[in-house]
Design a protein around this ligand. Structure first.
Ligand code: UDX
Ligand code: UDX
Length: 471
């Protein structure tokens, strides 16, 4: 099948990866119908909402592209069966969380959704179909998918009609908050596989906007392992700079100055050297733990321990920040109001998965604090579910009265003893500290876990200030 024969694309999983990726493809291929399917009806309804402010994910630039493509050649539905049946190419973009029980619990990926999807493809696909792994997966998952599809070819349970499959790995490297730019101008596009024709078709799909020299082709396993390794390297840089932030605070060095000096070496580079409250997001921790599991599986225990320490350091940084907040506030938070600025795991997203704010807020709640939370994109219910104050079935926990969500910074800080900056939203960089200071109880603190504060103006306004890597 060449690219001109591709008429329908299906993507299973309308999440942070599947949604934006398919929107960009639809925008470059007006003659291809792109069906994004998901088992979650609520999420699909949100993708189809007339009001683009209600899209299930916030991503700069996404709404403009949705407006151009939705209902023309881009469709969101729960119609998994017929979308698979009509597809020439199927992208697998379902979630692969860390297993919570059984073998490999806490480290290995839970592949149940991948298996379910592969079985659905095996059952409903017609003719020749290229199956593309988009989700980040443990090495050799493509083999599992292939085996499930092959089993269908040799069985006649579902249909007698002939079908065939090629499985490719095509990991996504987009970061949330910059997804559209990352998709349109990627550093590289990776295609792993051994079927030259299928690879050529997928390559031609992307060549509509990605230059030839940016497309890397590898075998399946290299492709899968490259994604895990890239995320592990990125996370490792953050743990490295965060470890030095603690040393800066102890010695009087300044982490920003150190990061600038270190990053000026072109061999090291200046990106991803911002010290903060530790990395969050759905991928870093999960993918490193996956790598750790893989190494242990192959008996490479020293390698496993090396990578696991990146995750250990990350949790340590979060608890270190919670603990110093308690210490500075006279070792008790009981009944005190703490204003939390930012709950998302980074700015420009509404995603809170593995957000450092979750762990730090839980620590503060344990100490008896009342949390007043402000985040421009995260909603109240999501915060309550993340902090285990409300189950997804709307059952409230006793501690729910300890948190309140505010829509304005001024209301959030009223009577508070401290502000803790946990997400680097631009609006926190331009706060009028004089005005805010008047609303708070004295002595009032700002704990700047992102290092974005203009310290001089905060101190001038009467605040006591702690900044990560500066003390
Ligand atoms: C997910 C993985 O977490 C990541 O490792 C991978 O690289 C890409 O897929 P993301 O898009 O951020 O990332 O996940 P999420 O936003 O949870 O979206 C996955 C979607 O798949 C959900 O909407 C879920 O309802 C859907 N899904 C899951 C299905 O449609 N069918 C299933 O069987 C399982
Ligand atoms: C990451 C990878 O960057 C992306 O390539 C992959 O496809 C998915 O995982 P994402 O998690 O969306 O993307 O965001 P990213 O920008 O990498 O940030 C991850 C976390 O690291 C955030 O919590 C962020 O605040 C933190 N971070 C990032 C730092 O603490 N310091 C930095 O210098 C950079």
């Amino acid at each position: 099948m060449n690219i001109n024969q591709v008429k329908n694309i299906c993507c299973i999983g309308a999440g942070y990866v599947g949604g934006p990726t398919m929107t960009v493809i639809a925008n470059y291929w007006h003659n291809i119908k792109v069906n994004v399917v998901d088992i979650n009806q609520e999420r699909i309804n949100a993708w189809n909402d007339k009001d683009l402010n209600n899209l299930p994910i916030y991503e700069p630039g996404l709404d403009i592209l949705i407006k151009k493509t939705r209902g023309k050649n881009l469709f969101f539905s729960t119609d998994v069966e017929s979308s698979i049946a009509s597809a020439d190419i199927i992208f697998l973009s379902v979630n692969t969380p860390t297993k919570t029980k059984g073998f490999g619990a806490g480290q290995a990926s839970d592949l149940r959704w991948i298996e379910i999807s592969a079985r659905q493809i095996a059952k409903y696909a017609k003719g020749y179909t290229i199956v593309v792994e988009k989700s980040t997966l443990p090495v050799k998952t493509a083999e599992t998918i292939q085996q499930i599809l092959n089993a269908e070819l040799t069985s006649s349970i579902y249909t007698t009609e002939s079908k065939s499959f090629s499985v490719l790995s095509n990991p996504e490297f987009l970061a949330e908050g910059t997804a559209i730019t990352d998709l349109e101008k990627p550093d590289r596009l990776l295609i792993g596989g051994d079927d030259a024709n299928a690879i050529k078709t997928l390559e031609d799909l992307y060549k509509a906007w990605i230059p030839h020299e940016k497309i890397l082709k590898t075998n399946l396993w290299s492709s899968e392992l490259s994604k895990l390794t890239a995320n592990a390297f990125l996370a490792q840089r953050i743990s490295s700079i965060n470890s030095i932030s603690a040393l800066c605070e102890a010695t009087g060095a300044d982490i920003k100055e150190v990061a600038r000096a270190v990053g000026s070496d072109r061999r090291i580079g200046d990106k991803f050297l911002n010290s903060g409250p530790g990395f969050g997001g759905s991928c870093f921790k999960k993918d490193i733990l996956n790598l750790v599991y893989l190494c242990n599986y192959y008996g490479l225990h020293e390698v496993a321990n090396y990578w696991e320490s990146v995750v250990t350091l990350n949790s340590w940084q979060q608890h270190r920040i919670s603990s110093l907040i308690v210490n500075k506030l006279f070792r008790t938070l009981s009944g005190k109001r703490i204003a939390i600025f930012g709950f998302a795991f980074k700015s420009n997203t509404n995603d809170t998965r593995e957000s450092p704010a979750v762990s730090i807020c839980k620590d503060l709640l344990e100490e008896g604090a009342n949390l007043a939370i402000y985040d421009p994109k995260v909603n109240k219910r999501q915060i309550e579910v993340n902090l285990n104050l409300q189950s997804s079935r709307n059952i409230a926990n006793d501690n729910i009265s300890q948190i309140k969500k505010f829509e304005a910074i001024e209301d959030c800080v009223e009577g508070a003893d401290a502000i803790v900056i946990l997400t680097e939203w631009d609006e926190f960089k331009i706060v009028n500290w004089e005005k805010i200071s008047k609303l708070m109880r004295k002595p009032s603190w700002i704990f700047d876990a992102r290092g974005i504060l203009n310290q001089k103006s905060a101190i001038k306004a009467g605040f006591k200030v702690w900044s990560v890597g500066k003390g």
